[in-house]
Design a protein around this ligand. Structure first.
Ligand code: SF4
Length: 442
């Protein structure tokens, strides 16, 4: 390690607790997958996990597995198997990695957590709020395993989420969900309460399937408890991210992509809350001591997109990537709604990824101001247009409005054939140089 340099990134002590919690979660799933009496539901990352947990399902997230296939560098070996099965190299590389993993019978879950393999599903539940790929992804497993698949088809590119959007969603589901036919026949005005009721029915349409597969009756009190826990988790995760508004920031985006694990796979489980309380205590101690995550923090960047590389490169230039679209996508404040169905419906429709360009511009402007951002990195992920916000002029509009420099990195989530590390490095360094020449800030 002749070129090893002293890292400018301060390590987070709570990482050990987070890893222990994630191990516990995966080992529980492993046992559930082998126990005929336990029920496993596969859920898309922003699908109705709370509803599933209220039925006692063990909830597994294939996208999380897709991300692991990328970080473990297995994806490159596995994607061709999915391509050969007819899944294009141009579609989501989390999907092609995951299906390739299934076809090749290889998973990082075994070496990382001692799991026998991916837990077999009893039920597949999707929400297309993020993209259509998730439905096609789960459709593959529906055919493979012969288990039921149910889900929510959410419209996209929404500016303001209105009662009309919710009414439109109900209409879409009429043909699929008999119980909604009767409900959507009622007049749905713009009254907020009625929108809440309407969305409640939409989610409620999943219940008969969930009851049949889980063998349990729906319990509203249990659902309320799970959603309440999920809400507390989301508030704590938001607090973690908001601590990065401080100068120097006690946490970077790269830390965030690791520590968001419990907010992703364990929302609705009180263990996630306990973990974030520990993490917050450590970050607040850093703030009190005047310590930053990056030694000598000089510039503060915003990261838009899913790529998570180059923490050391940025830190080496005194750059702290303090905020991101990705980490903030796991804040679901609407879960605080008194009606848990309404809370889930709204929370999973208010997501950044679901929203239109005007909303996104306003959102990014707020983030830049709140976090004192000096420059923005946009990641154009070739196989995920849904998480690539550079394709319709957004960077140019934000730059024109705020006079903020930015860079667009071409790459991908998992398919490294689409990414040039050298090119990205040059672009990052050019952005820092631009700031230095402009003499800001320091
Ligand atoms: S949002 Fe992107 S990464 Fe996630 S499942 Fe859809 S296409 Fe794949």
């Amino acid at each position: 390690m002749a070129e090893e340099q002293v890292s400018r990134i301060k390590k987070i002590n709570a990482t050990g607790a987070m890893k222990a919690l994630m191990t516990e979660y995966f080992q529980e799933l492993d046992r559930a997958g082998q126990d005929p009496g336990a029920k496993v539901a596969w859920c898309t990352s922003v699908g109705p996990a709370e509803l599933l947990r209220s039925f006692g399902f063990y909830v597994y997230f294939p996208e999380n597995h897709g991300a692991m296939l990328g970080s473990s560098r297995l994806a490159g070996d596995l994607i061709p198997a999915a391509n050969a099965a007819g899944y294009s190299p141009d579609i989501c590389s989390y999907l092609t990695s995951d299906i390739g993993s299934y076809l090749s019978r290889r998973t990082p879950l075994t070496p990382a957590f001692g799991m026998a393999g991916v837990p077999r599903p009893d039920l597949l539940v999707f929400n297309t709020n993020q993209c259509r790929d998730v439905k096609d992804w789960f459709g593959f497993y529906e055919r493979e395993f012969g288990v039921p698949m149910v889900g929510i088809d959410t419209m996209r590119s929404i500016e303001t989420v209105t009662a009309n959007h919710l009414e439109g969603l109900i209409a879409q589901h009429k043909a699929l969900i008999p119980t909604l036919e009767a409900v959507s026949g009622r007049k749905f005005d713009l009254d907020r309460l009625k929108a809440v009721v309407a969305s409640s029915y939409r989610w409620g349409a999943l219940i008969p399937t969930l009851e049949a597969v889980s063998g349990r009756k729906f319990d509203l009190d249990r659902l309320k408890a799970v959603v309440a826990s999920s809400y507390r988790c989301t508030r704590l995760w938001k607090k973690v991210l908001r601590l990065a508004e401080r100068r120097p920031s006690p946490i970077t985006f790269f830390d965030g992509t690791i520590h968001m694990g419990p907010a992703v796979v364990l929302r609705g489980d009180p263990r996630a809350e306990t973990y974030y309380e520990t993490l917050i205590a450590e970050l607040e101690a850093r703030i009190a001591a005047g310590e930053g995550a990056v030694a000598g923090e000089t510039y503060r960047f915003y990261w838009d997109g899913k790529m998570r590389e180059h923490a050391e490169l940025f830190a080496g230039h005194g750059v702290c990537v303090t905020a991101s679209t990705y980490c903030n996508s796991w804040i679901f404040e609407a879960l605080g709604d008194a009606d848990p169905f309404a809370g889930m419906a709204r929370a999973y429709t208010e997501l950044f990824i679901v929203r239109g360009e005007k909303y996104k511009l306003d959102y990014l402007e707020r983030m830049v101001r709140d976090y004192g951002i000096d420059g923005v990195v946009y990641h154009d992920a070739k196989t995920c247009p849904n998480n690539s916000n550079n394709r319709y002029g957004l960077p140019e509009r934000l730059a024109a409005k705020l006079g903020l420099p930015y860079v667009v990195i071409n790459g991908d989530l998992n398919d490294l054939r689409l990414y040039s590390e050298e090119q990205a490095r040059t672009q990052f360094e050019a952005l820092v140089e631009q700031l230095r020449e402009a003499g800001q800030p320091s």
